[in-house]
Design a binder for this molecule. Structure first.
Ligand code: FES
Length: 396
């Protein structure tokens, strides 16, 4: 993986911006994320910081590697911006600069070479670039060591720790959380388990599944689409919420059958918790065809719970716009292209949709093959012993 470190302080970054700039924060979800400096979470932190300081800013993330063609797919989404702040390696920065020549592109990272990820030490630099004047090292240098030697920063923007904390009350107990933080994230960090299907921090707000409801001042709110604020009083566990969650799960089971709950850890946990083995609602199961025409993925619509993650991932993460919903009400279904077979669309095979699908409705073919190999009965490696041979050995 490519190893990059931050080269600007937060104040230096702000010095490059004007108050009337339309800013887009840009990152990719690969190496830079593993270095702890990129990906959606860091984009979110920087967006919060800049918004707090009065800047107009939004985020844009691409899934794997900031190659030129992937950057180009985001041209429309970024067209309104006057400044792009790039949280990516030097390659990503060069690609963004090449595509958006009419905009100010701010570089925040410095690429120091390539390396790998170790469980105990995190990312390490094994093959430094010549300008660093560091010798190649099999064991690798930790980011802290590299930053000290090169005068760079090993962690995210310094001002992160100064984000406001506010007081909230959850189920009658006092807690602190970041002001403006996504409520579902905050509750999970505080140790509360809230059911959710469509929310993923790296996809932004979707609000489709309605499983993540909590109560604020006696009213239901989807926690994934609510921001933390001072004095918020939240109920996450009571009879009304249990009844709502049960109802939502029953709708899913009525439409997709109990099998779908086995395909998702989240659904499995909550259906077991509520002891849901059947549903009060009887719906006719739709006859839907599996589409295995793609070279890399299989779509099984009978497992699709319409959480919309694949649609958002294909649009926002990959920039391909291949997946969408068609129909209304109970006829709503996920389609590819203009309701074509997957192989006939301009799918880039980035597999962002499969990565985000919570129920295996879109599955990488490789995974299916691996599962099939796993499930194959084991062949005996030697002919089984016959009773007579056991006896003769026992007697010997
Ligand atoms: S997780 Fe909040 S609506 Fe789906």
């Amino acid at each position: 993986m490519i190893i990059s470190l931050r080269e600007l302080s937060y104040d230096e970054l702000k010095n490059k911006l004007k108050k009337d700039d339309e800013i887009v924060l840009w990152s990719c979800d690969e190496c830079i994320k593993h270095c702890g400096l990129g990906g959606m979470e860091q984009l979110q932190v920087l967006e919060d910081l800049l918004k707090r300081d009065g800047y107009r800013v939004q985020k844009d993330l691409i899934s794997r590697s900031c190659f030129l063609n992937l950057v180009r797919n985001h041209e429309t989404a970024v067209s309104h911006a006057s400044t792009i702040i790039v949280l990516a390696c030097d390659l990503g920065y060069t690609c963004v600069k090449t595509v958006f020549q009419d905009k100010q592109v701010v570089k925040t990272m410095n690429t120091v070479g390539t390396g790998n990820y170790t469980v105990y030490r995190g990312p390490v630099l094994t093959s430094p670039l010549p300008w660093t004047k560091l010798e190649p090292s099999e064991n690798g240098y930790t980011l802290k060591t590299v930053s000290e030697k090169l005068g760079l920063y090993p962690s995210f923007f310094d001002a992160v720790d100064t984000v406001d904390l506010v007081n909230i009350v959850v189920d009658g107990k006092p807690f602190q959380a970041k002001n403006g933080e996504n409520l579902l994230d905050a509750l999970q960090k505080l140790g509360f388990r809230i059911p959710h299907l469509c929310y993923d921090p790296s996809l932004g707000l979707i609000g489709a599944c309605r499983l993540c409801m909590v109560k604020i001042k006696g009213r239901f709110f989807p926690s994934c689409c609510t921001e933390v604020s001072e004095g918020m009083e939240i109920v996450v566990n009571d009879d009304d919420l249990d009844e709502h969650r049960r109802l939502m799960l029953e709708f899913i089971i009525a439409e997709k059958g109990l099998d779908v709950t086995k395909r998702s850890r989240e659904l499995r946990y909550w259906t077991r918790k509520y002891k849901l083995a059947e549903t009060r609602f009887k719906l006719k199961m739709k006859d839907q065809q599996v589409d295995d025409s793609s070279e890399v993925m299989v779509i099984d619509p009978s497992l699709c719970v319409l959480c919309e993650r694949c649609v958002v991932a294909c649009n926002n993460v990959s920039g391909q716009h291949v997946i969408d919903f068609a129909g209304r009400g109970s006829d709503t279904q996920m389609i590819t292209g203009l309701n074509e077979r997957f192989s006939e669309t301009n799918c880039a095979s980035c597999m962002a949709c499969a990565h985000y699908c919570p129920t295996e409705a879109i599955t990488p073919k490789l995974l299916i093959k691996k599962l099939a190999i796993k499930q194959k009965p084991l062949q005996p490696i030697a002919p089984p012993l016959v009773a007579s041979s056991i006896k003769s050995r026992g007697n010997g």
